[in-house]
Design a protein around this ligand. Structure first.
Ligand SMILES: Cc1cc2nc3c(=O)[nH]c(=O)nc-3n(C[C@H](O)[C@H](O)[C@H](O)COP(=O)(O)OP(=O)(O)OC[C@H]3O[C@@H](n4cnc5c(N)ncnc54)[C@H](O)[C@@H]3O)c2cc1C
Length: 398
C-alpha cells in the first residue's frame, strides 16, 4: 500500500476521457481533462453502444437518457445488394444481456458525458493539444500543450484516440495505426425518409459486390433521426483526398458507387448532407500500455476498426474498470499492470474480429459475392452466437 495519487491529468475528451474522469472522481481523485479541439456540440456521425457499453452508461446514470435521446436497435439485419434478406442478428439484447443496444448521435453522447463530468467537478479545458510529457522522479508528471501552457498531476491518462500523442511518449517509435484499406462515409438524413417503411427499430445493412451500406434510426430529432454509413475499399485513395472534395462531389461519388443498390439506399444518399469521411484504422497490439506514471486507454491503447461496433463500448469499459482498480490503494505501476492484464486480451480479440468482419466488405467478383451471400445466410446463426462473448461482458461484475 502506498499513498493514493490525488490528481490525474487526462488527455482527450472523446469517450474514454470524460467517462474515466467521472469514475476517478468517484474514487476520490481530482481530475483535469484536456481536449485539443474547441468545445463543439456538432461532432459528426452516429454510433451504436452495445449492451456491454450501456452497463457503463447505466452506472453513471446516463443509460435512460441515451435510450430516450437515441433509438434502441432491436436487431441487425443483413441484405444482399439486390435486397434479398440474408439474416438477422442481435435480437432481444436487453433480455439476453441486461441492456439494449442503442443507436445515438456521437454528439449527443459526447454532450451527455461532458455535462456529467462538469457536474462532478471535473476541470475541463479545451484547445489544449498535448505535445509532450515530462515524467521525472520526485516531481509531478507535467503535460505540455501546444499553446505553451502546462499542467501538473500525480499521473496521466492518454485517452487521445487512434492518433494518440501520449502513445508516442509511452512507446517512442512504436507501432503506427494500421490502415485496413477501407474508407468510411457517414452522416444523418431526416426520419421522414424511412418513417413509413417497414424498418421499425431494426438496423438494416447491405453487402454489395464491393462495399457495404447500413442505416437505422438514431434519434427522435426529425432532421437527424436516421444514421447511415457506407464502407468501401479505398483502392489506394486516402480518406483525406475525399475530405478535400466538395460535399457535392462526395455525394456524386457515393451515388455512383451505390447505383443499382436496393431501395432506400440511393434515396438516402440523395438526401445526405454534411457527409463525414474517415479512414478505417486499427491498433492491433502494442508492446505495453503504460510507462512509469502514464497509461493508455480506449483507442489510444487498442483502436478497433468499426466492423464489430465495439470501439466506444470498449472505451467505456476501460474507463469503468480503471476507476474501480484505482479505488484499491495499490502502487500506481501495479494498478496499471493489473489494468493491462485484465483488459488486453478482450480488447485485442475485438480488434481482430473487427478486422475479419471488414474483409467481407472488400471487392468480390460477381461469383465471389454470390458465394459470400450464401455463406452468410447459412452461417449467420452460428456466427451470431459466436459474438455473444462481446455483449455478455458486464464490467460491474468483473
Ligand atoms: C466511422 C466510425 C464509426 C464507428 N462506429 C462505432 C459504433 O457504432 N460503435 C462503437 O462502439 N464504436 C464505433 N466506432 C469506434 C469509436 O468511435 C471509438 O472506438 C471511440 O470513439 C474511442 O473513444 P476514445 O475516447 O478512446 O477516442 P476518441 O473518441 O477518438 O477521443 C479522443 C479525443 O482525444 C482528443 N485528442 C487527440 N489528440 C489530442 C492531443 N494531442 N491533445 C489533447 N486531446 C487530443 C481528440 O480530439 C478526441 O476528442 C466507430 C469509429 C469510426 C471511425
Amino acid at each position: 500500500m502506498t499513498q493514493r495519487p490525488r490528481k490525474a491529468l487526462i488527455i482527450g475528451a472523446g469517450i474514454a476521457g470524460p467517462v474515466t474522469a467521472i469514475f476517478l472522481k468517484k474514487a476520490g481523485i481530482d481530475v483535469q481533462l484536456f481536449e485539443a479541439w474547441p468545445h463543439s456540440t456538432g461532432i459528426g456521425g452516429g454510433l451504436q453502444i452495445a449492451p456491454n457499453g450501456m452497463h457503463v452508461l447505466a452506472e453513471i446514470g446516463l443509460a435512460d437518457e441515451m435510450i430516450r435521446r437515441g433509438s434502441i436497435a432491436e436487431s441487425f439485419d443483413f441484405y444482399s445488394q439486390s435486397g434479398v434478406r440474408l439474416g438477422s442478428v442481435n435480437q432481444n439484447m436487453k433480455a439476453r444481456f441486461g441492456q439494449p443496444a442503442v443507436n445515438m448521435c456521437r454528439a449527443t453522447l459526447n454532450e451527455a458525458i461532458l455535462n456529467k463530468a462538469w457536474c462532478d467537478n471535473v476541470e475541463l479545458a479545451f484547445e489544449k493539444r498535448l505535445v509532450s510529457i515530462e515524467d521525472r522522479a520526485d516531481q509531478p508528471v507535467i503535460a505540455h500543450f501546444a499553446d505553451g501552457t502546462s499542467a501538473e498531476g500525480d499521473f496521466l491518462i492518454g485517452a487521445d484516440g487512434v492518433h494518440s500523442a501520449v502513445r508516442q511518449h509511452v512507446i517512442p517509435d512504436g507501432p503506427q495505426p494500421f490502415d485496413t484499406g477501407l474508407i468510411g462515409f457517414g452522416g444523418f438524413v431526416p426520419r421522414s425518409l424511412i418513417e413509413n417503411s417497414s424498418i421499425g427499430q431494426r438496423v438494416e445493412t447491405t453487402f454489395g459486390q464491393s462495399g457495404f451500406f447500413g442505416y437505422g434510426f438514431c434519434s427522435s430529432d426529425s432532421r437527424d433521426g436516421v444514421m447511415w454509413w457506407s464502407t468501401q475499399p479505398a483502392h489506394g485513395v486516402a480518406a483525406a483526398t475525399f475530405r478535400a472534395m466538395s460535399q457535392d462531389a462526395i455525394k456524386r461519388h457515393l451515388l455512383n458507387f451505390h447505383a443499382g443498390w436496393h431501395d432506400p439506399i440511393p434515396r438516402l444518399l440523395e438526401a445526405a448532407e454534411n457527409i463525414v469521411v474517415t479512414a478505417t484504422l486499427d491498433v492491433a497490439t502494442l508492446p505495453t500500455w503504460s510507462r512509469k506514471r502514464t497509461l493508455l486507454i480506449g483507442d489510444a491503447a487498442h483502436a478497433t476498426s468499426p466492423h464489430a461496433g465495439q470501439g466506444a463500448s470498449l472505451a467505456l469499459e476501460d474507463a469503468m474498470r480503471l476507476g474501480r482498480l484505482m479505488q484499491s490503494e495499490q502502487e500506481l505501476g501495479v494498478t496499471f499492470e493489473a489494468f493491462e492484464n485484465e483488459r488486453r486480451s478482450r480488447a485485442e480479440r475485438v480488434v481482430a474480429l473487427a478486422r475479419r468482419n471488414g474483409n467481407s466488405k472488400r471487392e468480390f467478383s460477381a461469383t465471389g459475392a454470390w458465394i459470400r451471400d450464401r455463406m452468410l445466410k447459412l452461417l449467420l446463426p452460428v456466427t451470431a452466437r459466436g459474438m455473444d462473448w462481446m455483449y455478455a461482458y458486464d464490467p460491474r461484475a468483473v
